[in-house]
Design a protein around this ligand. Structure first.
Ligand code: FES
Ligand code: FES
Length: 204
């Protein structure tokens, strides 16, 4: 039987057989991974790619309206911290138990780790960064400083937001009102008395 003559590409002079084969392999892998190479004109005419599954929402945070594309699984706490850079809101348990992540949503104190951002399209949110105005601390923040209400400080932004929500609906709360309003905010430093004194002082 007549053998067909196979044409074999020969390594160029000065290139070892191993080096030649490695180079061929890289070229095959590159074209498999990268696909066809586009000219710069073709690349310019492609529409911008957007990751699948994002939902468009708008949030007004501390008076600024943001248009955001969010994944349905993102919590409000994640969006505030990781996408808007508002890291004053802390994440403690991330399970709706400690209150470190408390923010004010439409006038009510809520756990931002327990709210999905997609639920909040068009809503107004206040975080601890929104308490001071024109560089002046809120009276509540000043009272926290004067009464040493912050120890390590990790729970402080959540405590401030729960207290702010209380004072917005009740300007002169009793001690019991303050204790009840802060029930959902744990303080690992156990500085509860200092925190309650600060809120009562701010209400005067
Ligand atoms: S971090 Fe949200 S309740 Fe603990
Ligand atoms: S001040 Fe440390 S956890 Fe409250």
């Amino acid at each position: 039987m007549k053998k067909e003559k196979q044409s074999r590409k020969k390594p160029a002079k000065g290139v070892t057989r191993r080096g030649f084969l490695t180079g061929m392999g890289t070229a095959v892998v590159s074209s498999a991974v990268l696909g066809p190479v586009l000219t710069s004109t073709q690349a310019e005419t492609l529409p911008p790619t957007r990751p699948k599954g994002l939902e468009d929402i708008s949030l007004t945070v501390n008076g600024i309206t943001y248009s955001l594309a969010v994944e349905p699984r993102w919590t409000l706490a994640e969006v505030l911290r990781d996408h808007l850079g508002l890291t004053g809101t802390k994440i403690g348990c991330n399970a709706g138990e400690c209150g470190a992540c408390t923010v004010i949503l439409e006038g009510k104190a809520v756990y931002s780790c327990s709210q999905l951002a997609v639920w909040l399209d068009g809503k107004k949110i206040t975080t601890v960064e929104g308490l001071a105005s024109s560089g002046d601390l809120d009276p509540l923040q000043r009272a926290f400083i004067e009464h040493d209400a912050a120890q390590c400080g990790y729970c402080t932004s959540g405590q401030l937001m729960s207290a702010k929500a209380l004072l917005s609906r009740n300007l002169h709360p009793s001690r019991e009102d303050v204790q009840r309003a802060l029930t959902g905010n744990l303080c690992r430093c156990s500085n509860y008395n200092g925190i309650v004194e600060a809120v009562l002082a701010a209400s005067k």
